[in-house]
Design a binder for this molecule. Sequence first.
Ligand code: KIV
Length: 286
Amino acid sequence: MKSVLDFPKAKSKNEMISMVTCYDYTSARLVESTAIDCILVGDSVAMTMHGHDSTLPATVEMMAAHTAAVRKGAPSKFIVTDLPFLAHRGSLDRTLEAARLIMASGAQALKIEGIDGSEDVFKHIVQSGVPVLGHLGLTPQSVHQFGGFKVQATSPEAQEMLLQQALKVEAAGAFALVLECVPTSIAKIVTERLSIPTIGIGAGAGCSGQVLVFQDLLGLNREFKPKFVRTFVDGFSMFQTALNQFDQEVKSGTFPAAHESFNPKVDAGAHVKPISKPHEGSEATQ
Ligand code: KIV
């Protein structure tokens, strides 16, 4: 995905869109090296990187700082960043300043949760030149209104409401829509009724694409294993084993070895850090 124009193209060609969350430079370099289509700098950063128990503590400054780091690590990826909790619910000036800060940090689009009561601001942001990704279903910024992180749109009335909200998101000018934790059947209906693509998380296989949280798909978050998460690798055990091995080798004296230590005869003036960034070409470390 190079730009927002690639999203409708993918849907018209029936090509699935892959999206992963990412919050830091090192992880972004890893994602940059993959075929994954696009990155979401989600406000889940408040949970995954800052240890909060919801996304509510995420701020505009936090989103901008993480977006800037991700952009440096993933220069070729399409990046969408969340507008954090309440950032678009105050004055229009405040909303536009939040959007400006985040876009200036390297995002190509913003994600906005919900639509009821924010149709006008949603449209205003789109008409100001900022592509917007919608987000319906279990919108985590409304966790307290939902009484917890619960599957949404399970009754016929709630499903009809979701469909109407999705049509409003499309009418407001969104280029795509995230559907989170809703039954497969309603996600499929929404996807068929909209011309823009849907990107599901816990919304079944009938969406136009899928998004997962980086830490979840890499198995780094052992405590969190809801039904919709597939862990593609047990990253926690893998890194834990490596860290324990480091500890053990430090204590047994097998790390560092001679070839991992400096010798004045061969290492005088050796560089220990690349001067240019690795993605800009230099691999040399010594
Ligand atoms: O913030 C986030 O990670 C998200 C995804 C779960 C879609 O909004």
